[in-house]
Design a protein around this ligand. Structure first.
Ligand code: G6P
Length: 616
């Protein structure tokens, strides 16, 4: 969504902000801007519609310099994308500049009040009220810190914002958050600010996360934190172990393709250190991450999970694992629904929250609801220090490294493996999984990086299939059993990056509606790897083929009957049934990617989408 950056130190703040903004471009944006304070203490602001390159040109033309600067990429919520509505926003006197993420819910009332006091508004944004409120409170408060502390009291909604002041004796950036993520990076005599760690990790690995209600004052020599009550507090420094290269495209045309290729490594990493051996040499898992969830050693009697997008699909696979292996009834909800319903939650239930970013507004609100009901909670999350990881009782970090492409790929497979490990651990504790079965599944997991490599090696064939079907009017993705969420995820991947309508679901359900879509211009992808319901699935495939619908089958070599039913077959290595979602997903990622590439889409930044949706 929107991105915030800031810099204070000895380098060019303008250049640092531009560098950070480029890193955040993937989050989705329509305009951007920078405010800098020069050595004379004057504030200069430049904003531009379109990419950061346009902003860079405008700053250069105007000769804007300054070692203290804040910047922003905007994804319009209030007011159309335009230069006027781009951030930073400035007060009437031109002394204060503000960049903001999130939504100020009471902005209309505040705007009316400020207008009555004579303030002149230049944009349609909710953000501008912050600049005028800072101006209004500054004289009384005496410091920028004091002004921001007073302003925060007036705001309702979710926000993270940063302010600079042009006439301050001490150069400083004051920043605060309530719901929207912000991270501060510490250098030597320089401090960085960003809404996503990806924007600072090229410069420093030592970061501090703002907690909700915190106000922080950034100066070149360090940061001072104040909590909601105004008391000075210490926040812990976190060392980020992601490599800077992890956030680079590394020679690939798109981040998405690079991240698909990362999966043999991410899959290996998630198991390492977590797979142990018992005295008989059998593999087992015992996740220390679950200790906080299983206080007193009691395994929950039911699990409720709520998530969004790809993480929702991972939660559906998690349900299958938890019910099959750990025999724990599991209900999965769409987080934007769960938070406003009255879910029936029991005291012995546990709550599962899966999120790549750990900052998705609906997912966080669902966790808050579960916590109100006093449920123990587990987060499966990719971002250390994110709000989800701080609010859940227990966290399983998926360690997939930064995911930049808007379409989630490696984060999904890591989430699925994390859920498998959780289910195996709970199953072993409850005795619903035998040690031999756990050993066999974990041995399969150890071989999985090689299996995924084999899928990647087949990319040329997958690309050729994608090209043949790229002009389809629509796609259907079908599976049965554990492949149903994989089909849903395959359809989501394809539609979000190619803009071609795609539907996913249970193959047995097609006769109740979706089969009406079938004609020679609608391609159907069948997840036809071995399963207890394979014959049923083949019957579903016959029904599509009989109606002249082109079929792409994903199957293991030697699967019978495909030559007459499927126009194209993509072979995958034979893996255990529990692990098939992982191998098949990689095929669907590549298929979606190459359909979108053939159609010439902007794969890493699909229209209307954002990587992290921190507002409702
Ligand atoms: C956005 C992203 C999706 C992601 C979803 C949930 O819509 O574009 O890729 O699956 O948010 O995000 P989370 O960070 O909670 O997994």
């Amino acid at each position: 969504m929107c991105g915030i950056v800031g810099y204070i130190g000895f380098r060019s703040g303008v250049a640092e902000c531009l560098r950070g903004l480029e890193r955040l471009e993937y989050r989705g944006y329509d305009s951007s801007g920078v405010a800098a304070i020069d050595t004379q203490g004057a504030l200069a602001v430049r904003r531009a519609v379109g990419g950061v390159a346009n902003l860079s040109q405008s700053l250069e033309e105007a000769g804007v310099v300054g070692k203290t600067a804040i910047g922003h990429t905007r994804w319009a919520t209030h007011g159309e994308p335009s230069e006027q509505n781009a951030h930073p926003h400035v007060d009437c006197t031109g002394r204060f500049a503000v960049v903001h993420n999130g939504i100020i819910e009471n902005h209309a009332a505040l705007r009316a009040e400020l207008k009555l006091k004579g303030h002149k508004f230049r944009s349609d944004t909710d953000t501008e009220v912050i600049a005028h409120l800072v101006e209004e409170t500054f004289e009384d408060a005496g410091t920028l810190l004091g002004a921001v502390q007073q302003v925060v009291e007036r705001l309702r909604g979710t926000f993270g914002f940063a302010v600079v002041y042009s006439e301050g004796e001490d150069k400083e950036i004051v920043t605060t958050r309530s719901g929207s993520p912000l991270v501060i990076g510490l250098g030597d005599d320089e401090v960085f600010l960003a809404s996503d760690v990806v924007a600072v990790m090229e410069r420093t690995r030592r970061v501090l996360f703002l907690e909700d209600g915190d106000v922080a004052v950034l100066r070149p020599d360090g940061v001072t934190f104040y909590d909601q009550a105004g008391a000075q507090v210490e926040r812990d420094v976190t060392e980020i172990d992601w490599s800077a290269e992890a956030a680079e495209r590394g020679g690939f045309e798109h981040f998405m393709r690079k991240e698909i290729g990362d999966q043999p490594g991410t899959v290996e990493r998630i198991g390492s250190g977590r797979i142990l051996f018992d005295h008989k040499g059998r593999r087992r898992v015992e996740l220390s991450e679950l200790d906080a969830l299983l206080e007193g050693g009691t395994v929950p009697s039911r699990i409720a999970a709520a998530a969004c997008g790809t993480s929702y699909h991972a939660s559906l696979v998690a349900k299958w694992y938890l019910e099959r292996l750990a025999k724990i009834p599991t209900d999965v909800f769409i987080a934007s629904e769960f938070r406003y319903e009255e879910p029936l939650l029991g005291q012995t239930d546990a709550f599962l929250s899966i999120s790549q970013s750990g900052e998705t507004a609906d997912t966080l609100a669902s966790l808050a609801l579960a916590r109100e009901t006093k449920l123990a909670s587990l987060a499966i999350c990719n971002v250390i220090g994110s709000r989800l990881t701080r609010e859940a009782d227990a966290t399983f970090l998926t360690q997939a490294g930064p995911e930049v492409g808007v379409a989630s790929t490696k984060a999904f497979t890591s989430q699925v493996i994390a859920s498998l490990l959780v289910a195996l651990d709970l199953g072993l504790r409850r005795g619903s999984v035998s040690h031999d079965e756990a050993d066999a599944i974990l041995a399969g997991l150890e071989r999985l990086p090689t299996d995924i490599e084999r899928v990647l090696d087949d990319e040329a064939h997958i690309e050729a299939v994608a090209r043949r079907h790229a002009n389809a009017r629509a796609f259907l993705f079908l599976g049965r059993g554990v492949q149903v969420p994989v089909a849903l995820e395959g359809a989501l991947k394809l539609k979000e990056i190619s803009y071609t309508p795609a539907e996913g679901g249970a193959a047995g359900e097609i006769k109740h509606g979706p089969i009406a879509l079938i004609d020679p211009e609608v391609s159907t992808i069948f997840l036809a790897t071995p399963s207890p319901t394979h014959r049923k699935l083949m019957a579903n495939m016959s029904a599509i083929a009989a109606r002249k619908g082109p079929v792409i089958a994903i199957a293991t070599p030697g699967t019978r009957g495909l030559d007459t039913l499927a126009q194209d077959v993509i072979h995958v290595p034979h893996v255990r049934y529990e692990l098939q979602p992982l191998v098949n997903t990689v095929v669907l990622q590549l298929l979606g990617y190459h359909v979108a590439r053939t159609l010439g889409r902007e794969i890493d930044k699909p229209r209307n989408l954002a990587k992290s949706v921190t507002v409702e």
